[in-house]
Design a protein around this ligand. Structure first.
Ligand SMILES: C[S@@+](CC[C@H](N)C(=O)[O-])C[C@H]1O[C@@H](n2cnc3c(N)ncnc32)[C@H](O)[C@@H]1O
Length: 265
């Protein structure tokens, strides 16, 4: 991939490091160096990224097919990959609309391709740390009607916000902006008391990438304040309504990310 003024190749970004984990090609040597250092600490990270995508697919399919959700606001959506949110949602409901929002301009650059033949999607470059700017963005308003229930996706993004940036306050602002019957899908890195590599990984990511906050189950639960959590609760990602029935829930790859879905009453 070539570098440009908007997409510098000398500083790693979360979107591109995640792309490395998912086996994508939209990344630079600096991103691969961070990914390799992370994988040296936690080799399961590639599998964990796949678990995160697979939970996203199950959640979006469920909300579109069973809960009648037709609008999805995918915050920190990352680079386009296999089976993006709009593909899963529109499979269940062809009239579903999806707005992808990411701070990294590379997402817009690569997302333009998915816009070409799909009137039901937009890609926006915006910073979630200013939730009002996200909510008021003209491309968000063009597709999302905030009088109707919406699913807000916060998959793998809140761990890229530090505690000082008040991720709980940001989720609360989003919750206040959507109507009753809306859903929140949240996943986050989770501290594992019996696996010291979860702490070591946080140290490495903060040093090399600048973000990567590993949170406790209680810290994750606080993001769901004011929401009714859907069964089976806040769980390791592969355990959320799995297609397969037998999962070994003792491994780091299953447990390192936790997530769930909450409904605004
Ligand atoms: C690990 S990726 C997750 C991608 C996707 N949501 C998923 O779960 O597969 C995290 C994404 O959050 C984006 N991000 C980080 N901080 C952000 C911010 N303040 N505002 C918007 N996006 C942000 C990164 O650029 C990156 O693409």
């Amino acid at each position: 991939m070539s570098s440009s003024p908007e997409i510098p190749s000398d500083v790693p970004t979360a979107a591109r490091v995640y792309d490395v984990m998912l086996g994508g090609k939209d990344n630079f040597a600096v991103d691969r160096a961070v990914a390799e250092a992370s994988l040296a600490i936690m080799p399961e990270l590639r599998a964990i990224a796949v678990h995160n995508r697979e939970m996203l697919h199950r959640v979006v399919a469920h909300l579109a097919a069973e809960e009648g959700i037709r609008q999805f606001l995918d915050l920190g959506s990352g680079l386009p990959t296999a089976r993006n949110t709009h593909e899963v949602a529109q499979e269940a409901a062809p009239d579903a609309r999806v707005v992808y929002v990411d701070i990294d301009p590379i997402v817009l650059a690569h997302g333009r391709a998915i816009l070409a033949d799909n009137a039901g999607t937009r890609v926006v470059t915006a910073d979630l740390r200013d939730p009002r700017a996200v909510l008021d963005h003209p491309d968000v308003r063009a597709l999302i009607d905030f009088e109707q229930p919406v699913c807000v996706l916060l998959a793998g993004i809140l761990h890229h916000l530090s505690d000082d940036e008040d991720p709980g306050g940001i989720v609360a602002a989003l919750r206040d902006a959507v109507p009753s019957g809306s859903f929140f899908f949240i996943t986050n890195f989770t501290r594992l008391g019996d696996a010291p590599e979860s702490v070591e990984l946080e140290r490495q990511l903060l040093a090399q990438l600048g973000t990567g906050r590993v949170r406790t189950p209680a810290e994750l639960a606080a993001f769901f304040d004011g929401l009714e959590i859907l069964a089976p609760g806040l769980v390791p990602l592969p355990l959320w309504r799995p297609a397969a029935t037998i999962i070994d829930a003792s491994t780091v790859d299953v447990r390192f990310m936790t997530g769930g879905v909450g409904r605004k009453p």
